[in-house]
Ligand binder design. Sequence first.
Ligand SMILES: Cc1ncc(COP(=O)(O)O)c(C=O)c1O
Length: 384
Amino acid sequence: MTNQDGFETLAIHAGQEPDPVTGAVVPPIYQVSTYKQDGVGGLRGGYEYSRSANPTRTALEQCLAALESGPRALAFASGMAAEDCLLRTVCSPGDHVLVPDDAYGGTYRLFARVFSGWGLAHDVVPVSHVAAVREQLAARKITVVWAETPTNPLLGIADIRALAEAAHEAGALLVVDNTFASPYLQQPLALGADVVVHSTTKYLGGHSDVVGGALVVAAPGLAERLAFTQNATGGVAGPFDSWLTLRGVKTLAARMDRHCRNAMRVAQMLAEHPAVSEVLYPGLPSHPGHKTAQEQMRAFGGMVSFRLLAGEEAAVRACGRTRLFTLGESLGGVESLIEHPARMTHASVTGSPLEVPGDLIRLSVGIEDCDDLLDDLRQALSDS
Ligand SMILES: Cc1ncc(COP(=O)(O)O)c(C=O)c1O
């Protein structure tokens, strides 16, 4: 691979040279825990034990690093395992971090219920308002600014370049959870972020058949420290999960193009629908982050959230009435999903500053025939 190769080429080839012994065109599943040494310490290719490194995981890590234009990626058992490893590595008890006012509920729970007990303090900030972030950075020493963009589930947009500048001036790291956009739509490291977080469970895997996570890091020194923590604590991606994720990654670009096209049509239809009070989709010119999204994203993604005029019970009813949109948590697979964030993915933030409105519905728009998806939503909303 060369640096000039395009995204689609890297997705199919980076880290995936044909096997030197057999010529297998896809990296095999190295379902193995340990490796024969040629004399004590005589490792073949650096492999000694699969928690430390495994060739299938290496292939995935090299591919993810290429797609995010970072020197190194690390693959984990889940997105949460990746976040945990990152925070243990870059923070210490007594530190202070800034967390977004809209984010995946599990991420907020990690700060509020796990790391708070470890002595890591957090303040909630609206990361789409850089001035508010700067104000917090000026008020005290901050170790990490954590951002999602687009955010889960309100689809807010943060200006990555401006946040990176603000964080770096204050001596903080900028971490961007790039799960909703995927590296095909947005590359935070190129915009100045220090670390990219992924739940590879979502668009990277793409088929709702594997849970995984990843970190991609700009500075090789930090990557070394993260690799140390990953090996020391052990939340690694297994060989079969790595293989499944890598298989998904090969079609990421083609899938994302279709997700984005379908999502835009869904958002436009909902914006005209009489039962809908508000559509949250960064691709709509009315979205407050539209211009920033246009500047930092290739397209606007496959996630659409919307609110119903008739309130929470109507939203819950509509979630149970779809035929093609499957009622379920998660996102980013080829099939469309619908969910009620307040009672499902974001139930853990009830009563916190991240609480989401009860009349909100979140869609992960899949790659089915879009006319079928539009019909399905119209019938589900017909008496809302
Ligand atoms: C934006 C975002 N980040 C992180 C995670 C956590 O990832 P995982 O479920 O793979 O642990 C999720 C899960 O939904 C997510 O939506």
